[in-house]
Design a protein around this ligand. Structure first.
Ligand code: PD2
Ligand code: ZN
Length: 285
């Protein structure tokens, strides 16, 4: 290993890759491809970026060499379908940066209807996290109604959570409870990031419950007549909200460079129901 000394040039290169928005795993992969031993590459990445890694609330597992760093479907070999534990799900679209995967048939029509029926009596105006305090507040940027199921609250929740875990190779316990949102005509969710800004004072308590959010799955529970797509403004992408389909996206750091900015476009006709699953770096308690 002594032949692989971590030079100032290497550290400089790591910092440049990081600042240009490269994912930590991609930096590691480049180092491995250039012949760096795993343990040397991981140690160099960690020591070079340690302060920012800690400040960002990123779990050490994100830069671990063998652990799955982010939730991700098994797409090696470009399959058109993947097995999600109890159901086959179609792969309709993938994008690397931001990491976005659009899934077909993630839920059956009956599962969508049952989730809406269970959520409907419990809806109230959606709130957003106040980054300064870590509390919640009603926000004009989010004009939907919403509710949270507790994790594992019902057999249906458990089944969907197990399917998400199998699909994305991410532990059930790292997931927040499913959230259901209802948008009436004109309602929207303006573009935002789902990660927490660790620099804000209120975030310590939020991050203590499982670390950063590292991925989101938005599942469409009905098909609005017009509008209501999920938009990714940094790359001009809009995912159509089709009942039973879902869009997954991940972000390996709480930074805009991930291009994970996204929003719920206004519903123009009809209504829109979705379920959102947020995935944390660690166990969500
Ligand atoms: O409803 C959506 O399409 C949507 C868009 C952006 C949901 C969320 N974000 C979310 O729940 O975070
Ligand atoms: Zn969101």
């Amino acid at each position: 290993m002594s032949a692989q000394a971590v030079t100032a040039e290497l550290r400089q290169w790591i910092v440049e890759q990081d600042q240009s928005g490269c994912r930590l795993e991609d930096i590691l992969a480049s180092m491995r491809a250039s012949g760096w031993a795993d343990e040397v590459a991981v140690a160099a990445l960690h020591s070079t970026l340690q302060q920012s890694v800690v400040q960002r609330g990123i779990a050490p597992s994100v830069v671990a060499p063998s652990a799955a760093a982010l939730p991700e479907p098994a797409l090696a070999g470009s399959p058109n379908h993947v097995w999600a534990g109890d159901r086959q799900v179609s792969i309709l679209f993938t994008l690397q940066h931001p990491r976005v995967v659009v899934l077909g048939g993630f839920l059956s029509d009956d599962e969508c209807d049952a989730l809406v029926a269970a959520a409907a009596p419990r809806m109230s105006r959606s709130e957003t996290v106040v980054h300064e305090t870590g509390g919640n507040e009603i926000n004009a940027a989010r004009t939907s109604q919403g509710m949270f199921f507790g994790r594992g609250e019902s057999p249906l929740c458990k089944r969907i959570e197990a399917r998400i875990a199998a699909l994305l190779n991410w532990p059930v316990v790292n997931g927040e409870g499913l959230q259901v949102l209802h948008y009436r005509p004109g309602a929207e969710y303006k573009p935002h990031h789902d990660y927490f800004d660790p620099a804000q004072p209120g975030m310590a308590a939020v991050l203590a419950r499982g670390g950063q959010r590292v991925g989101t799955l938005v599942i469409y529970l009905n098909t609005p007549d017009q509008g209501g797509g999920t938009t990714f403004p940094d790359v001009g992408l809009e995912v159509g909200p089709i009942k039973g389909n879902a869009v997954f996206f991940s972000y390996d750091r709480p930074q805009a460079a991930t291009r994970s900015l996204h929003g719920g476009a206004p519903v123009l006709a009809g209504e829109k129901w979705v379920a959102t699953k947020w995935l944390r770096a660690g166990e969500f308690v």
